[in-house]
Design a protein around this ligand. Structure first.
Ligand code: SAM
Length: 267
């Protein structure tokens, strides 16, 4: 298991990495112009083209069955949900990516966002794109197994046969919603000063779905390297790219700490 934090603009840095060297990309890019005061942003009108640009570079790095999971959310302006995430999804699909699924992160206990006069949004989307419609996926790897039930078979029995076999074998699929608190992970260091981290457990859940054991995960918008923490805990190699030297340095300390913890636990 290895990890590295590379500094710079992710498109420039990705150009230096070898083709087909990455199994999965799990990332949360800056939302459209939402955090200008801290680490900048991309104007809404440019967001789809900018996403297609970095994903084009990412595509070269991905292995044939690899995929990308992107966490972005719209904001509410003038009483209406902004449309940049919709336009971005369409642009990415038009650029040749297969959208495998929209996964949902239920931010259990997290502060809801959105319009004050309406039910407030307490979930975020994880958009899952792949090079083709059958990317690597291990639906049981997350360990949250539910029964398949209530499905009708065709009269020739062919459809139901597969379902019965699945139930008999205890094969069932992880749901597409994961409930995870935004509170800092108790096992994590106290020093994460990043303004918008997601919990390492979120990256862990996604990683188990889309990354083979011992594979390599890239986060081109690494931030405080929460994806890297998940990688170290699960034995995946990690490459993080971060534009801000301050966050890159903070991440290195965080990952060194996580690695030391893991070594202590496995000793
Ligand atoms: C939403 S944050 C990621 C947070 C991360 N998931 C975590 O848990 O800490 C996005 C990060 O992308 C970085 N960033 C923004 N534009 C970038 C670019 N063009 N290349 C590399 N990093 C960039 C920002 O500095 C910020 O730290």
């Amino acid at each position: 298991m290895s990890w590295s934090i590379l500094e710079g603009d992710c498109i420039d840095v990705m150009r230096t990495l070898p083709a087909e060297s990455v199994d999965a990309i799990i990332t949360s890019p800056p939302y459209a112009m939402q955090r200008k005061a801290t680490y900048g942003g991309v104007p809404e009108s440019e967001y789809p083209a900018w996403t297609v640009a970095w994903m084009t570079e990412a595509r070269r790095l991905l292995k044939p069955d690899g995929s990308v999971v992107i966490n972005i959310r719209p904001h509410v302006r003038n009483g209406q949900i902004s449309d940049y995430t919709l336009r971005t999804r369409l642009a990415v699909r038009e650029a040749g990516w297969a959208e495998a699924e929209e996964l949902i992160w239920d931010k259990k206990g997290g502060a809801p966002v959105g319009h004050v006069g309406r039910p407030r949004r307490s979930w975020e989307s994880l958009h899952w794109f792949a090079k083709h419609g059958r990317p690597h996926c291990a639906p049981k790897a997350g360990g949250r197994v539910g029964r398949i039930g209530g499905l009708q078979g065709r009269t020739d029995g062919s459809h139901i046969h597969g379902i019965q076999a699945a139930v008999t074998d205890g094969v069932a699929r992880v749901a597409d919603i994961v409930a995870l608190s935004t509170r800092k992970n108790e096992n994590d260091t106290d020093t994460n000063r990043h303004p918008a981290p997601y919990p390492p457990a979120l990256a862990e859940w996604v990683g188990k779905l889309i990354c083979p054991q011992g594979g390599t995960i890239l986060d081109p918008f690494s931030g405080s390297a929460s994806t890297g923490v998940a990688c170290i805990r699960n034995g995946w190699d990690y490459i993080g790219i971060e534009a801000m030297p301050e966050y890159a340095e903070m991440s290195r300390k965080r990952l060194a700490h996580t690695e030391a913890e893991r070594t202590r636990h496995t000793a």
